[in-house]
Design a protein. Sequence first.
Length: 297
Amino acid sequence: MINSMTAFASQQGTDGAVSWSAEVRGVNARGFDLRLRLPEGFAALETTLRKDIAARVARGNVTLNLRLTREDDANALQVDAAQLDRVLAALDQVQERAFDMGVTLGQPTAADVLAQRGVVTQARGEETDNTALIAVLSENLTRMLDDFTAMRAAEGAALKGIIIAQLDQIADLTEAAAKAAQDRRPEVQKNLTAALKRVMLDADDIDDARVAQELALLAVKADVTEEIDRLRSHVAAARDLVGAKGPSGRKLDFLAQEFNREANTLCSKAQSSALTAIGLDLKAVIDQMREQIQNVE
């Protein structure tokens, strides 16, 4: 079964005075890279999420963000009286010093005083116990990861259909190349014979064995049988990978490179416009298939 590395899912919810929103996003990557962005104090949840995601994803760049908002009084703002006294005393000292030096300063406003570091703080009260909240979040984030996994599978099914169709095209083009190679044989033999006659006319003393060797080399350079056989073999191997269980993206990517190599060689040996055209069509389809394979886990 093919999974896509590209997927997205999100969840929102509330638990008492806490509201939360989360999202998980996956994109393609050479390996597995997981990034979790959680509030402080949720190490236990992070451990659980890492294990859960690692069990679901073998390859890809996955990012999960969780944001919390607390609406209870424990997070209300409060004035630090001691710090306020220190700030006011400092301001009074500045005013007196300025007066002694003949400098007139404007009177600070309440907003100016409150803006000083440490005057206004966020009341925390007793340390919050997140055990119950973690249990709720864990349950909801598991559902979000289920949605994420389902999207990866759905995208993978779509990729599978596209890749199978492209493999069908490659298979058809390979057979067309085999026929074109067969059809061009008389022309290749004619060209080899003409080349031999030119050599015989230009040379008085020729070693027959050397002539035979050179002709054999020319024939090998023009023969595309091995390339066609390899293309057929690669199509069969790719079909097996597409239908296999587990991640197959890296192997498919490697096969796509091999497909392209054989198509390049086929074009270089073509010696006929028909076979060259088929080789170029092969290269185009292989390139399109490789683009799709980049998203396969």
